[in-house]
Each structure stands twice: as C-alpha cells, then as structure tokens.
Design a binder for this molecule. Sequence first.
Ligand SMILES: NC(=O)C1=CN([C@@H]2O[C@H](COP(=O)(O)OP(=O)(O)OC[C@H]3O[C@@H](n4cnc5c(N)ncnc54)[C@H](OP(=O)(O)O)[C@@H]3O)[C@@H](O)[C@H]2O)[C@H](O)CC1
Ligand code: K
Length: 513
Amino acid sequence: MIEAWNAADVRAAEAPLLEAGEPLMERASFALAMQVLADLRARRRHLRGARVVLLVGAGNNGGDALHAGGVLARRGLAVTAVLVSERAHTGGLAALRSAGGRVVELFADPARTAAVAADAASADVVLDGMVGIGARGALRGPAADLVTALTDARGGRRGSGARVVAVDLPSGIGADDGTVDGPVLPADRTVTFGAAKPGLLLPPAAHLVGELTVVDIGLSLEGAPALRRLEAVDVGRAWPVPGPTDQKYSRGVVGLVAGTSTYPGAAVLSASAAVRAGAGMVRYRGPGAVGHAVLAARPEVVAAPGRVQSWVVGPGVPPSDEDDGQHGRGGGGLAAARGDLGGMSQGATPAVVDAGGLSLLEPPCPPWFVLTPHAGELETLLRRHGEDVHRRDVEAAPLRWARRAHELTGATVLLKGGVTVVVGPSGAYAQADAPAWLSTAGAGDVLAGLLGAMLAARSAEVVERPGLAAEIAAAAALVHGRAAERANPGGPVAALDVADALPATVASLVAQA
Ligand SMILES: NC(=O)C1=CN([C@@H]2O[C@H](COP(=O)(O)OP(=O)(O)OC[C@H]3O[C@@H](n4cnc5c(N)ncnc54)[C@H](OP(=O)(O)O)[C@@H]3O)[C@@H](O)[C@H]2O)[C@H](O)CC1
Ligand SMILES: [K+]
C-alpha cells in the first residue's frame, strides 16, 4: 500500500529532525541524484558528458535540485542550474558551483526564456525543482513562463527529448489535492521525499507524475494518512478465499437489480462479473425479458427471490423518473430493492448503488452503501443536495467532491475515472490500475457486479467495520483495472472481456500475495 500524507504532516514530521540537525536535504538530494544516475545508466552507456539542466526556485525544493546537481557534477555530468527566482538556496548554490556546475540567472534576463527552454529540451535530464510543498497557487512569473516555453519546445509530449524528473512533486500541482491550476511540466519520474503526497496520486495531477519513487529520509509520520493506494499484494492478501467448509450461501449471494428492455446488456455484464468474481450465487431481480437474457448468458444465475448478502442496484436502469415502470412490472424487482434499500439502513445488507439506482437514494445512508457514480452522475447527485457544482469541477478536484458526496449522504463513494477515487468514513483511496482502454461502454456495469460479489463475501464484516466498504471498493477498482489489462494487454478491451478475465486475475492476485 502506498500511503500519502498532506504537506502539513510532512512538515510537522520534518521539524524535530531538522531541529536535531539531521541532514534531511542531503539525504533527499543524494537519493535524487542516485535515481537520476540509475535512469541514465538504463538509457546510455557512458554517463560522462550527459547534460543535466536544473530548474531552480527560491526555496528548499530548489535546494534539493542544486545539491543533487552538485553530486551529479562531481560524477562528470555537465550540470546547468537555471534560477527562476532571485533567491536560491545558498548552500545548494555553493555546492553546485564548487562541483563545477554552471548557473544561468533567468530571472534577471527573461528574454532568454525561449533559448533556455530549447537548451533544456535537448538535455538528457531536466530536474524540476522550482517549487515543492511550499508552493502557493499556480506557478507564476519566470517559472510559469519557462514551463510554458519548455512544454512547447518538447512538443507537449512526455518521453520526447530530455527526461523530466520532478523534485518532490511536479512544480505547481496542489500537493494535498492534485489540482492543476496553471502550467505544470509533465514528469517522466517524480522522486518524492519522506512520503508520497496525495496530489501525486490524485487526478488531474496524477497524470503529470510519471513513475513515482518515494525516498525514505527518516520521517516518522503519525496518525492516519490523508490518502491510500492499494497494491496487488494488499488485494491478494485480503481476498475471501473459500475454505473447505464454505458453501454457496456462506460465500455470499448477490441480489442484482439491473437492466431494462432498453439496456438489457448492463444486467448481463453485472451478472457475468459477479459470477466470474466468485459470488456464491447471483439472484436476478428485474424485468422478466431481461432475466431471460441474463440466464442465457449465465445459467448459474437464479431468477427467484431469496436472501442476499449484498445488493447491486441500478446498472442499466434509468433514473427513477425515467423508469417507464419496467421494474415495477418486472416482478417488482426495483420496487422491492427500494424497500430493501430503505430497510437496509437498519437491516444491514451492503449495497452497490450505480447509475439509475443513485436517484433512489434517501440519505442518510450507511457507509456500507457504496455509490459508484462517474463525474457526471456525481454532479447530478451533488446538485440534488444543493451544491452548485459542474462536472468539470468534479474532474478538477475529484477527492474534494467525492468527500462532499460522502459527507452529504453518509454512503461510501467510489468516483469512477481514469484514476478511481474512493471516500469512506475511515479515509480515502486513489486507484490508478486501469488502462485507458477501459473507458468503454459497460465497464461500469462490470465493476458494479464485481464489487457486489466482493461485498457479499464479507457482508457481516462490512457492516461491522465502517471503513471496510471503502477498502473493498478500492480493491474492486484494482481488480477491474488488472482484469482489463489481462484481457488484452496494451489494446482495446470490451466490457465482457473484462468480466471474463476476472477468474484468472483473481487467481494471480491470490497466488502473488
Ligand atoms: N526542510 C528540509 O530540509 C527539507 C525540504 N525538502 C524540500 O523542501 C521543499 C519545501 O521547501 P520550501 O522552501 O518550504 O518551499 P518550496 O521550495 O516548495 O517553495 C517555496 C518558494 O517558492 C516560491 N513560490 C511559492 N509559490 C510559488 C508559485 N506559485 N510560483 C512561483 N514561486 C512560488 C516562494 O518564493 P517567493 O519568493 O515567491 O515567496 C517560496 O519561497 C519540499 O518540497 C522538498 O523538496 C526536502 O524534502 C528535504 C528536507
Ligand atoms: K518540484
């Protein structure tokens, strides 16, 4: 698991060590230099003569870059520091100069910005040390102009020309929330110190981070992290592997209310995913015609009422005001679920509430209800609660708005996207496991069925431990993303292929743990 800590927590953990004279900057900058060397060795035979350009701001982030530059210059690399502020870390500057590094005072001669950017773009490595956790707002002044010019010089493409290594974080991102309010240089790698910061894991900034390296500089961080990211081993270890005394009921029955004659496929996809993820049983509770399609695809499904350990409500169901009565006619499935949903607040059955199911909610909800909106659906949900918010606001600050939805409803919220953000009562998760190919019709229905199976398997525990639903939802996002990758590595993937890849994905996660 990757744990991310807010800037204030990192500073609080640094303070006593700095007071005690611990050489934190030396540790950080040395590790940074070693990472740069390792990356260079992977790309060229000889290090001598490799060109490194440091983009250096006024604070300690610039200090890290300058000290690392000093280490690299002593190894024979040609290092140039570009100062974007008239202030620069004194010790770092001295270290670089004494190691033979060159210094360009860009702040004093902004007309050179384009030429400096062109030079940096053709270097082997650019170290982005303009601001770190001390940034206030979007990059401004010479730093902003240089990033714009350098982005132009690289043709806007990561991976072309110089390899960009961000020092602690890509300069200008919101360290705590991942917001991007101005120009930011996309990094190929980010070397962060002490602990990951939430902004490195959260979109939109997460897309600018590249490979993430966390350097231990000896901080002891107390309390709970601001954000977590599960890794494969966490999910494999927690997977509900059946034992010899288990039977289908103890493994968990998923009740599925999904699909209409307009969207029967959603029910097929959710049911397939729940079955393929190892549900003990799937009960389909929806319109009869859709039930036939579900049974034709998955003969394991039972289309009869009975007890369930989790509900999946809403895939392929339009919002309640547009539901042309199909669910009322179709065995009363949705109406029953509506009653069950109400009852579940006391009766305690975990539920995945997706798509049209979201319009059925009557908060307050328990944390074992997991809402699975995408950004547009979250906008609708938040606006229903009086928030003046648009989809683009949700996309610009997903953690903030997922958290708001959790506060307003009480439910656990899984916000779907290229990075999936989950917020529950015990904290937040950001999962980046899915290939971009997974943004395809029906992928959300598969996630809902998969999550339903995972909640059913640990139903009682989910109700007892308020934070567990969020952890399981984050795990479902990981499995979903991995299954998409496994279904067709590096290429297009259809939703049903993802469901079909679940058994092998789960087996490999369990085997690796
Ligand atoms: N303390 C240590 O020994 C360690 C620190 N580490 C590194 O330090 C940074 C945090 O350093 P800090 O000096 O607190 O802040 P920054 O370097 O991030 O930036 C602050 C200066 O940047 C200028 N600034 C602020 N906002 C902007 C902006 N939007 N655009 C341009 N410039 C900005 C500001 O200067 P002014 O003159 O404008 O006021 C600040 O002075 C941390 O990220 C680590 O890299 C290491 O972890 C090791 C231990
Ligand atoms: K930086």
